[in-house]
Design a protein around this ligand. Structure first.
Ligand SMILES: *[C@@H]1O[C@H](CO)[C@@H](O)[C@H](O)[C@H]1NC(C)=O
Ligand SMILES: *[C@@H]1O[C@H](CO)[C@@H](O)[C@H](O)[C@H]1NC(C)=O
Length: 462
């Protein structure tokens, strides 16, 4: 089985404001669930009707949320986790926990969304730190909204704000802010989960205002070759971005017999929201992730090729021998299992987190012991904390259950791992979501956002 790789670079890239014209607003509808929630009446429907349908499920409302008690704790560091209910029948939710040393892992508050079974995926934060956006990977299966917004203007009391869906695209993945207060989000599939997906744009009111590319040349590009954008990285100052193509979402669900993976990245002109070129990593087998290396003089990005277990470096301003803009070169082969000084990678199916010292790109050093057994199962989403002293990893990728082809084992923990001075890792703390939510059949945290108020004048939202 191919190793799943996710990458986090040590230095956080700053979002640089630049004058980009906001496209004309064309807000899209958010449809309510087809069956309204009537406690005691719809609950039995939820469990009896949604089972026999193999892929498309009835958008029944979630089961009633069991009572819970919040806390008045006000830690300086808060971890927000976008989490699926283990039984797929209770509401999916955003949970806030303390990441402070003295109260680590204490529960603060949670915010339910009005639907269940979305398979919560990535979580992002607005530039002003007042709103979080969580994407639903499998919302499509219950014909539910895909993007969920939370009001975190009181960071200790997150509230569900609203949700919506795109008309042309589904399967929400990576999230980046725009300079005008909105978001760009990769939607890996079309509205029915096939190729092409889209790069969906939200304005500062979180309404959908673009499903890119929208120009003719861009349409031809994404119809001409599989466009399943998963990874996303942007550099507004240099006016370039990358999306990386992973898999055709519908191909991971039965009756598909084989997962259809992609070998490509798209290089974008961010201002025009158009595709400049398609860059290929031969036999890449799913380019899950791409990230610019902060401060790299060539504006280079790192991309992870899942099938090969390799990290590639992509240069947006170099040209290949055919005159196409954008060149991919192999950086490091992790094998079957810059200013940015260290990178951390999760090898989901190998239950391993790897660390590379990339201070010298021509002499990459591996800092972890590939044979060490680490206390993690199915590590996937990874992020370095704003103070660069820890990495937060959530041990859950995707489980489609009996209806699909991807069911990656996981232990459903949020790991809080210390970064040693030499860049290597020290595992000693975690939050065990599965044991914390027995009344929801467990919990599956896919991703996180961290707020750090250590310096109250300069809060960091990341
Ligand atoms: C919430 O706190 C109250 C008061 O301490 C307690 O009686 C109740 O059982 C708690 N509920 C839960 C779900 O823990
Ligand atoms: C984990 O290690 C960090 C520093 O390396 C330390 O501050 C913390 O107290 C440790 N936590 C536990 C639970 O051992």
């Amino acid at each position: 089985m191919a190793t799943l790789l996710t990458v986090a670079t040590l230095l956080v890239a700053a979002v640089v404001s630049s004058p980009i014209a906001e496209p004309k607003p064309d807000p899209q509808l958010s449809l309510p669930p087809l069956i309204p929630s009537i406690p005691g009446v719809t609950d039995p429907i939820a469990s009896s009707l949604s089972i026999p349908l193999p892929i498309l499920q009835i958008p029944t409302p979630p089961l009633t949320t069991p009572p819970w008690n919040g806390s008045d704790l006000k830690p300086k560091k808060i971890g927000y986790f976008w989490t699926g209910a283990g039984d797929n029948e209770h509401a999916d939710f955003l949970a806030a926990y303390s990441l402070d040393d003295d109260t680590f892992g204490e529960f603060i508050w949670l915010a339910d969304v009005p639907s269940s079974g979305n398979s919560p995926h990535h979580l992002g934060v607005s530039t002003d730190g007042k709103t979080l956006i969580g994407g639903g990977l499998l919302s499509l299966l219950k014909t539910q909204d895909t993007a969920y917004f939370f009001d975190v203007s009181d960071p200790y009391r997150p509230k569900f704000l609203k949700s919506n869906r795109a008309l042309l695209a589904s399967i929400a993945d990576e999230i980046r802010t725009t300079p005008t207060g909105g978001f760009l989000v990769t939607y890996m599939g079309s509205a029915v989960g096939t190729s092409p997906g889209r790069l969906v744009e939200f304005d500062s009111n979180y309404n959908i205002i673009g499903q890119h590319p929208e120009d003719l040349q861009g349409q031809l590009n994404i119809l001409g070759e599989q466009f399943s954008p998963h990874g996303l990285t942007v550099n507004y100052e240099k006016n370039v971005g990358f999306t990386s193509d992973f898999v055709v979402p519908l191909s991971i669900l039965k009756p598909s017999l084989q997962i259809v993976r992609a070998n490509t990245l798209r290089l974008w002109d961010l201002e025009k929201r158009t595709i400049i070129s398609t860059i290929t990593i031969p036999s890449g087998g799913g380019i899950q992730d791409v990230k610019f290396i902060p401060g790299n003089p060539d504006t280079a990005a790192l991309a992870t090729a899942v099938h090969l277990g390799q990290v590639w470096i992509i240069y947006p301003f170099k040209f290949d021998e055919n005159g196409n803009q954008g060149v991919a070169e192999l950086l490091y082969d992790l094998g079957p299992k810059a200013h940015g000084k260290f990178i951390y990678l999760t090898l989901t199916t190998a239950n391993h987190i790897a660390a590379l010292d990339i201070s010298d790109l021509s002499n990459v050093k591996r800092l972890d012991d590939p044979d060490e057994v680490q206390p993690t199962v199915g590590p996937h989403y990874i992020k370095v904390t704003p103070d660069q002293r820890h990495i937060v990893v959530t041990d859950y990728f995707v489980q489609t259950g009996p209806i699909g082809l991807i069911n990656t084992p996981a232990d459903y923990k949020a790991l809080y791992i210390d970064i040693n001075v030499d860049g290597s890792l020290h595992f000693n703390r975690s939050i065990d979501f599965n044991t914390l939510y027995p009344e929801r059949g467990g919990a599956k945290p896919h991703s996180s956002v961290i707020f750090d108020f250590s310096d109250p004048e300069n809060p960091i939202y990341y």
